[in-house]
Design a protein around this ligand. Structure first.
Ligand code: GN1
Ligand code: MG
Length: 349
């Protein structure tokens, strides 16, 4: 607690007799998160989120904070109707405070009366989530993209993802190659799937402000779970094609199964697919270009395919990127994505 108290004192004037409460939260696997209560009678009473940013994943936290701040200021100027996750400044006026170990800490508002949903309970909830993200993109349509640096360079470089797979293959352990034989064959046979997308990305798809991780748990609903209130986890904001976010919503919302469930049956939820598409288009229907709209379905296939490649590459590399809790997890994740992709390919269009 004394460590957090030192950090807290960079944000708040804590000389008052009343002590703040600081309680760890189980949110997220990457950053350390605490809920901080500054009691009544202090200068700035209220509830806040204090986070230590994981330096292994985010090499340049200043970039993330600068993007968050630009986005929050833009949303505020546009009278954005949802809650804004605007990072708070410390007493020196900076968005990050560093501890003795050199780790970066930030302070965020705590969004009261909200709930976090792990999995869409219904097509309606998937629709509302996609619609809330749609509102987020729409209000950020005119943000100055030059002010936003990607937090993870090359995140959207799909050609690079394929090169990484092709490099992992000859270097992989023989046993892993054997267990992944079918998945390697599937990926190799479909390498052309993303080719048109890569060309579109360089030539025709406009850059928008994207969230980069638009899963349903990165949205806070109101207590009823009916209305979206606040888009959170702004660590992967970046300029890119908004079709990536659409594709990733389809990927993460339409999956009836857990991401590491390799079962082949009943993976894809077509009703949720239509709900996500309607929600995504709600505010963007008249903003997207014809090329963007024509490639919605295709982009979902590509994003799922690329995710399959990322999981398979990590499996071949010996599980160095994604956290795993059992040996075949990355292979099962690959299977799950391939099964989902098969269902989308069958859906045609
Ligand atoms: C990672 O850690 P999480 O679940 O927020 C990954 C995403 C993948 C996702 C697949 C920075 O996100 O790109 O889609 O796993 N994030 C990063 O579950 O690589
Ligand atoms: Mg994330």
């Amino acid at each position: 607690m004394s460590f957090e108290r030192n950090i807290l004192s960079t944000f708040f004037d804590l000389h008052a007799a009343s002590l703040p409460a600081c309680e760890p939260l189980e949110a997220g696997l990457i950053n350390m998160t605490y809920m901080v209560t500054i009691p009544q009678g202090s200068k700035e009473p209220g509830v806040y989120i204090l986070q230590k940013i994981n330096p292994a994943v985010f090499k340049n936290p200043e970039v993330i904070m600068a993007s968050m701040d630009v986005v929050a200021a833009h949303l505020a100027r546009q009278d954005y109707p949802d809650e804004i996750l605007r990072p708070l400044r410390n007493r020196q006026g900076a968005l990050l405070s560093y501890d003795q170990m050199g780790s970066a800490w930030r302070l965020l508002p705590f969004i009261i009366d909200s709930v976090c949903v792990q999995q869409a309970a219904s097509p309606q909830q998937a629709y509302e989530s996609a619609r809330t993200f749609s509102r987020f993109y729409a209000y950020l349509w005119t943000v100055d993209l030059a002010a936003i640096q990607p937090a993870i360079p090359n995140f959207l470089d799909f050609a690079g993802r394929m090169v990484a797979f092709q490099q992992a293959l000859p270097a992989a352990e023989e046993g892993r190659k054997q267990t992944a034989e079918r998945e390697i064959a599937f990926v190799t046979a479909h390498l052309d799937l993303a080719a048109k997308f890569i060309v579109l990305q360089t030539e025709q798809l406009p850059l928008r402000l994207i969230h980069g991780d638009p899963k349903i748990s990165n949205l806070l609903f109101d207590r009823t779970g009916i209305h979206g209130r606040c888009v959170i986890d702004l660590d992967t904001l970046m300029p890119g094609t908004v079709l990536y976010d659409y594709g990733d919503m389809i990927r993460s919302y339409t999956n009836n199964r857990a991401e590491d469930d390799p079962a082949e049956q009943d993976v894809f939820n077509a009703e949720v697919y239509d709900a996500v598409t309607a929600g995504f288009l709600y505010y963007l229907q008249d903003k997207l270009t014809a090329v963007e709209k024509e490639n919605l379905h295709y982009s979902a296939q590509v994003v799922i395919f690329i995710q399959a490649i990322r999981f398979l590459t990590d499996y071949l590399n010996g599980d160095i990127y994604y956290k795993t809790t059992y040996p075949l997890q990355n292979l099962y994740r690959t299977r799950n994505q391939i099964n989902l992709l098969r269902a989308l390919l069958e859906k045609g269009k």
